[in-house]
Structure formats: structure tokens, C-alpha cells
Design a protein around this ligand. Structure first.
Ligand SMILES: NC(=O)c1ccc[n+]([C@@H]2O[C@H](COP(=O)([O-])OP(=O)(O)OC[C@H]3O[C@@H](n4cnc5c(N)ncnc54)[C@H](O)[C@@H]3O)[C@@H](O)[C@H]2O)c1
Length: 467
């Protein structure tokens, strides 16, 4: 088969990856019609909303791109069959959560949504197509997709490519426009090479060719898991040192600066924090651990699992420090959390450290008030339901979304900074101090506030990683 020219792209999955990546492809390739489809009608309605503040994803710069392309060459629809039928190239960008049942529970990736997509493509396709794995997948998933697609009996030929996405939420549009690299894995056959070239031509509209890496499929699949594992490992590494700094009297910022100056180590991703969240790091490492175990590589599995163990430790260490500092109990005390999203500039709360911290504080019977500029109370409650520690009624009794930051912090015994939103730095901290219970504690889980100034106001500031 030879798909020489791609005029129609379909992307299955209109989430944090499918939406922004397709918006940029539409922006950069005006001659290609891009249709993003999803089974979730509400999500598609939100993508089509006239009011661009209602897009389902908050991501700086995204609304402008959608405004420019939507209705011209960028479409959002629930008609999955039609979009598959029309497209020469289909991206699969559906969720691949950790399995919550049966074999591989709590570790392996749940590939049921991927399999459903493959079966739907197999059923609908009437002519040859290139299928692109955009979702993050265990190594050798392409083989499974291929086996489903190659047994349709329809004579339609498919090429499977792996094209993992490296964007970071909060900077997705910038990351997509100026990607460090684009990775495309495909078969080492003439047909495979043609397919790789077809996708390369799309990215080459805006990414220099030398930054488009071509590999075999398995290397590409494994590179994505490995990239996330390395990034998360750096966070856990510096967080482990933050604990040591607090106990020994060293200062983690000084240590980070000193080691980051070594060009072999580099200065990025060396900021200590309350622990990483987001939908990807934990899931992808668990996936890596599961794959290593399945190959009987137990030392490899244990090595990577430690990154998650350290992250869990950092989250609970932070929450427990609040309890012990507040004289060993937060029962009946108002604790204000500033930030709920897993990082700034996103409304994504999957695996956010905030929910784990809130959960531990609530188990010690605190009254938690949380404020986040992009997250609703319902979303916070849903996150706690996911943790499944107590009933929904109990959660609603002890967790409230503050109307604004000042109201959230009023009469609080302590404030915990959990997301590094820029706006937190600019608050009137004197006003906040005056309205708090005394002593007024701040636990800065992101180290973003001006600690010396806060101390002058009267706050007792606990900064992560400073002895
Ligand atoms: N979020 C990130 O920052 C990020 C970055 C890189 C890679 N990834 C990977 O990309 C993939 C997607 O992640 P996401 O954050 O966009 O997930 P998401 O949950 O935001 O979006 C997935 C969408 O797929 C839809 N979907 C599921 N099955 C479907 C089907 N059969 N037909 C049509 N639609 C279907 C869901 O309704 C959902 O809207 C995951 O594998 C993830 O690991 C995510």
C-alpha cells in the first residue's frame, strides 16, 4: 500500500493530547482537514463552544489556535465512523490508564480503549490507511493493533506508526510549536518507510527535519516511557535530597544550583516540590515496571518503582509535617490549600499532589479549604472520590472550595502552597496574615513565595528542603 498524500486526518480522542496536537497540525498544515473525534459528547460540545473560555482544556495559547482554525480545517465531532472513513491517516490519542482490575491491576496499562479504536478502524476502513499511535503505550502494542487490523478480511492494508507525544501540560502549545524533537517509529519495510515519510512531511511544515527522529516501532514506544521515567526520576532524586537537607541543615536550593552547574547534570527539573502529579509520570513508570517484570527483569523493575515510592513519601511527608508542626493535630482546624491543579497553567488534576495532601489532612479531621483559579469544587470532590478514603458526604463536609484566596485563608491556622500559580506570589500577604489564626503558618510546597518578606510580616514559613 502507499498513502502518498494525506489530505484528511482523523484523531480519535479529544483530550489533553488529541485537542492541542491536532489544533497545531491544523494551524501549520492549512491544506489538511483535521477532524478530532470523541465518544464524549460533552467534551466535543465544549470544543465547539462559541465561548472559547469554555474549551474543555485550559492551556495558554490554545484558544487562539482553535479560534483561527475551527470550522476552516479543524473540526470536532462525535461521528467517529465518518472521520475514520474519510481519513488517510488516523491518530489514536485515547487514554491509557493504569489497569484497575484483573491481571496487571495497579501496574499495567489498560489497553481496552486502544483495542476498541483498532476494532472500530478495522470495521469501518474501506481503503488503505496509516494508523498512528499517539497515546503512550507499552512496548510492542503496535503488534497487537496490527494483528487486529490485519485480520479484517477486507483486503484493506494498514501501516502502524508510533509517534509519542512529549508535550507538557501548561506549555503544550509552545512545546508543540517548538518541539525539541519529534519521534516517529515505523516498520523497516518499503511500506513502513513510506508511512514514516508521510508523517514526517506533516511535521516538516514547521519542525526542522533534523529534529524529526525516525526509529523502529519498539524503540519509539519505549522511548516515551523512558523519557517520562527519567524526568520523574529527577524530581524524586531532588525530593529525596530535600528531606536530607531538612534533617541535616543544608539548603536544597544551594545543592541544586551546585550540582546543576555541572553540564553533565544540567540545571533543569531540579526544583524540589511536594511531589509530582499528572496523568502520565506515575502511570508510565508503573507500566515500565510491569513490562520489566514481565521479562523477569526484577532488578530493573525495582529500580524504577523506587521513583514512585519516593514520590509517595514526599507527598505524605509534606502533609504529616503540617500536622506535626500544628502541635500534632489539625482536628477542627481550618487549613487553606492554595492550588489544586497538578501544575500551573492547566486545569488537569489527575494524580495531583493536592488531593493526597488534602486526604491526609482530612483523615486528621482538618477542615480543608482549597482555592485554585482553574479547578471547580466538583472536580476536587471527584478527585477525593477517586481516592476512596471516605464517603462522598464526609468529603463534602470537610473539603470546600474557597470563593477567593482571601476568603480561603481567613481564619486558617495554616496555608499550604500546592501549585506554583504565578498569581499566588502577587497576593496581599499582609492582609492575609492579619485575617489568619496565630501563629500563622505557611508551608510552601513549591518554594515560590518570598519567604524573607513573609517572615517580616510575621508568618512562620516552612520551606521545603531548607534545614
Ligand atoms: N496529558 C499529557 O500531558 C500527555 C502527554 C503525552 C502523552 N500522553 C498520552 O496521551 C494519551 C491521551 O492522554 P490525554 O491526557 O489526552 O487523555 P484524556 O483522558 O484527556 O483524553 C482521552 C480521550 O479519549 C476519548 N476516548 C476514549 N476511548 C475512545 C474511543 N474508543 N473512541 C473515541 N474516543 C475515545 C475519551 O473520551 C477522552 O476524551 C495517553 O496515552 C497519555 O498517556 C498524555
Amino acid at each position: 500500500m502507499k498513502v502518498t498524500e494525506v489530505k484528511n486526518i482523523c484523531c480519535i480522542g479529544a483530550g489533553y493530547v488529541g485537542g492541542p496536537t491536532m489544533a497545531i497540525i491544523a494551524l501549520k498544515c492549512p491544506e489538511i482537514k483535521v477532524t478530532v473525534v470523541d465518544v464524549n459528547q460533552n467534551r466535543i460540545d465544549a470544543w465547539n463552544d462559541e465561548d472559547l473560555t469554555k474549551l474543555p482544556i485550559y492551556e495558554p495559547g490554545l484558544a487562539d489556535v482553535v479560534k483561527e482554525c475551527r470550522g476552516k480545517n479543524l473540526f470536532f465531532s462525535v461521528d467517529v465512523d465518518k472521520a475514520i472513513d474519510e481519513a488517510e491517516m488516523i491518530f489514536i490519542s485515547v487514554n491509557t490508564p493504569t489497569k484497575s482490575y484483573g491481571k496487571g491491576k495497579g501496574m499495567g496499562a489498560d489497553l481496552k480503549y486502544i483495542e476498541l479504536c483498532a476494532r472500530q478502524i478495522a470495521r469501518v476502513a474501506k481503503n488503505d490507511k496509516i494508523v498512528v499511535e499517539k497515546s503512550t503505550l507499552p512496548v510492542r502494542t503496535a503488534e497487537a493493533i496490527k494483528s487486529i487490523l490485519d485480520h479484517t478480511g477486507s483486503g484493506v492494508k494498514f501501516q502502524i506508526l508510533s509517534n509519542p507525544e512529549f508535550l507538557a501540560e501548561g506549555t503544550a502549545i509552545e512545546d508543540l510549536k517548538n518541539a525539541d524533537r519529534v519521534l516517529i517509529g515505523g516498520d523497516d519495510t518499503p511500506e513502513g518507510k513510506d508511512a514514516i515519510e508521510a508523517l514526517t512531511r506533516i511535521y516538516a511544515h514547521w519542525i526542522p527535519r533534523e529534529r524529526i527522529l525516525q526509529t523502529n516501532v519498539w524503540s519509539s514506544e519505549l522511548s516515551k516511557l523512558t523519557a517520562n521515567a527519567f524526568l520523574a526520576q529527577r524530581i524524586s532524586s531532588i525530593n529525596s535530597i530535600s528531606a536530607l537537607c531538612e534533617s541535616s541543615g543544608a539548603n536544597v536550593h544551594e545543592v541544586a544550583k551546585a550540582i546543576g552547574a555541572d553540564t553533565r547534570i544540567g540545571g533543569k527539573f531540579l526544583k524540589p516540590s511536594v511531589g509530582f502529579g499528572g496523568s502520565c509520570f506515575q502511570k508510565d513508570i508503573l507500566n515500565l515496571v510491569y513490562i520489566a517484570k514481565s521479562y523477569n527483569l526484577h532488578e530493573v523493575a525495582n529500580y524504577w518503582e523506587q521513583v514512585i515510592i519516593m514520590n509517595d513519601y514526599q507527598k505524605s511527608r509534606f502533609a504529616e509535617n503540617i500536622i506535626s508542626t500544628l502541635y500534632n493535630t489539625v482536628s477542627g482546624k481550618k487549613i487553606a490549600l492554595l492550588g489544586w491543579a497538578f501544575k500551573k497553567d492547566t486545569n488537569d488534576t489527575r494524580e495531583t499532589a493536592s488531593m493526597f495532601v488534602a486526604d491526609i489532612l482530612m483523615s486528621d479531621l482538618a477542615d480543608v479549604y482549597a482555592y485554585d483559579p482553574q479547578v471547580t469544587e466538583e472536580q476536587m470532590i471527584n478527585d477525593l472520590i477517586y481516592l476512596n478514603t471516605r464517603s462522598e458526604d464526609e468529603n463534602r463536609k470537610h473539603l470546600h472550595k474557597g470563593v477567593d484566596p482571601y476568603e480561603t485563608c481567613k481564619d486558617a491556622h495554616a496555608i499550604a502552597i500546592l501549585t506554583e500559580w504565578d498569581e499566588f506570589v502577587g497576593y496581599d500577604w499582609k492582609r492575609i496574615y492579619e485575617n489568619m489564626m496565630k501563629p500563622a503558618f505557611i508551608f510552601d510546597g513549591r518554594n515560590i513565595l518570598p519567604h524573607d518578606e513573609l517572615r517580616k510580616i510575621g508568618f512562620l514559613v516552612k520551606s521545603l528542603g531548607v534545614g
